[in-house]
Design a protein around this ligand. Structure first.
Ligand code: GTP
Ligand code: MG
Length: 452
């Protein structure tokens, strides 16, 4: 087996609690892979880093690997925070093919670690858990860029025991969340057990193990789902909507199928009617060597999946993170616009029936919140993207059932006039959090107390 031309690069999302080391891990993967393998170039994308299979193979020190794996490499998405995963949606599913959940071995599970695992469970996304910062274990003797086992075997008995204890806390936490896990080298069947890999993103210990296991997961789980057609019209997802000096509003897009060209007409999801616009420029970051160049980006004529690219075009102001981006032709524009519109409408709910009102920051997070509430059989009256507004408060205050005169806000602000209104409107209860399961727990606890 060798690299298969018709398979696109799997998309790997890095998730975990703040400060547990997502960015450092990606820097290390990038840096060490650049240093050790010159065969294929590491490419920096908008919001992503692509590591070709050649570099991974060199990093793992076993050239025969290349014949065992069929994927062309791995595309790591490095947008900060665990919210990136829910933004990276496609038709109600997850765009990421694989994930890494990173947890600080000395701190253990934190709310966003748990949130990440809830999300992965719902989407059935294959993942590994990385237990980071092993170099911080008291007495750890670092072995730069070594595999985990080689370094572990050189540690004193006391250090080994200390690591094992912390490690089994993580295995216990995973068990409580419904996952069977084991140290990666002891996992026989990755379909039944989650592999946990102790690493240090600073010394590079265990990084080669992470790359190997990810390739293994890609091979095992994804072979059937990575086929794509390079020549077909591009399909992507908005990762972030960004103002850029001199360019106006741009959309950082992850393209996961087909090709997108400068001058193409695209349809982009928004809260109102989908945006139809013509691509003015496709932009990629300048190579690291040119980082001092005046302009941050360089123009490209076309790109093919899977890539991260910045799209500059008129009228992108209303674009939504997590919404689809589709290349269209005069023949397909009407049908695709209707499709995009209904896709967004499917996520936003607007009914006259009784239920709670929910607000969220992106289309993906709204979708995740709706799903969780449905699982708990909590009825929803209205679900919209956006901050909590005065109008929301007025509407909700008119609801008579106190269980439903409630607004649940995920990662949103309360607008100033709404804040004022809230102070004088005692019948409205507002729940806000940036962790979905906490919001649900808070609401349930509150509802229980109301009943008593
Ligand atoms: P957010 O993007 O804010 O969510 O954080 P993050 O998960 O990207 O964490 P980041 O990589 O920024 O790391 C946070 C801090 O931990 C930084 O000071 C890193 O240098 C440090 N750090 C990360 N990994 C390691 C590690 O393996 N060992 C040690 N000693 N420090 C680490
Ligand atoms: Mg970060």
């Amino acid at each position: 087996m060798a690299v298969n031309e018709n398979l696109r690069t799997p998309i790997v999302s890095v998730m975990g609690h703040v400060d547990h080391g997502k960015t450092t891990l990606l820097d290390m993967i990038r840096g060490s892979a650049v240093a050790e393998g010159e065969a294929g170039a590491i490419t920096q994308h908008i919001g992503a880093t692509e590591v070709p299979i050649e570099n991974i193979v060199t990093k793992c020190g076993d050239p025969s690997l290349k014949d065992r794996f069929i994927v062309p490499g791995l595309l790591f998405i490095d947008t900060p925070g665990h919210h990136a995963f829910t933004s990276l949606r496609s038709r109600g599913g997850a765009l990421a093919d694989l994930a890494i959940v990173i947890v600080d071995i000395n701190e253990g599970f934190m709310p966003q670690t748990i949130e990440s695992l809830h999300i992965l469970k719902r989407f059935k996304t294959p993942f590994v858990v990385v237990a980071n910062k092993i170099d911080r274990i008291h007495g750890w003797n670092p072995n730069k860029n070594s595999s985990f086992l080689a370094s572990y075997n050189k540690q004193s008995e006391r250090v080994k025991t200390d690591l094992d204890n912390k490690f089994y806390d993580i295995v216990g936490e995973l068990y409580n969340l419904g996952f069977n896990s084991e140290r990666f080298d002891r996992v026989g069947d990755f379909q039944r057990n989650i592999g946990v890999i102790p690493i240090s993103a600073v010394t590079g210990e265990g990084i080669s193990d992470v790359l190997m296991i990810l390739l293994g997961l890609a091979q095992k789980f994804l072979e059937g789902s990575l086929h794509y057609t390079a020549k077909s019209p591009g399909i992507g997802t908005v990762l972030e909507v960004k103002e850029e000096k001199g360019l106006g509003t741009t959309i950082d897009t992850i393209l996961y199928d087909g090709t997108i060209k400068k001058g193409d007409i695209i349809v982009v999801g928004s809260l109102g009617d989908p945006i139809q616009t013509k691509i003015r420029a496709l932009l990629k970051p300048r190579p690291l060597s040119e980082i001092k160049a005046e302009e941050k980006f360089q123009q490209v004529a076309e790109v093919t999946a899977a890539v991260g690219v910045k799209i500059s075009a008129p009228n992108l102001e209303g674009a939504l993170a997590g919404a689809p981006v589709r290349v269209v032709s005069p023949e397909t524009i009407d049908a695709i616009t209707a499709e995009v519109k209904s896709e967004i409408a499917d996520v936003q709910i607007d009914t006259d029936s009784v239920g709670v009102t929910i607000k969220a920051d992106t289309i993906g997070s709204l979708e995740a919140l709706v799903n969780e509430l449905r699982k708990e059989e909590i009825p929803i009256r209205k679900a919209h993207v956006g901050d909590v507004s005065n109008r929301d408060i007025v509407e909700v205050s008119a609801i008579e059932d106190p269980f439903y005169s409630v607004i649940i806000g995920f990662n949103v602000k309360v607008l100033p006039d709404a804040k004022e209104k809230l102070q004088t409107t005692s019948e409205v209860t507002l729940f806000r959090n940036d962790v979905i399961y906490r919001l649900i727990d808070d609401y349930k606890d509150w509802a229980k107390k109301q009943k008593e």
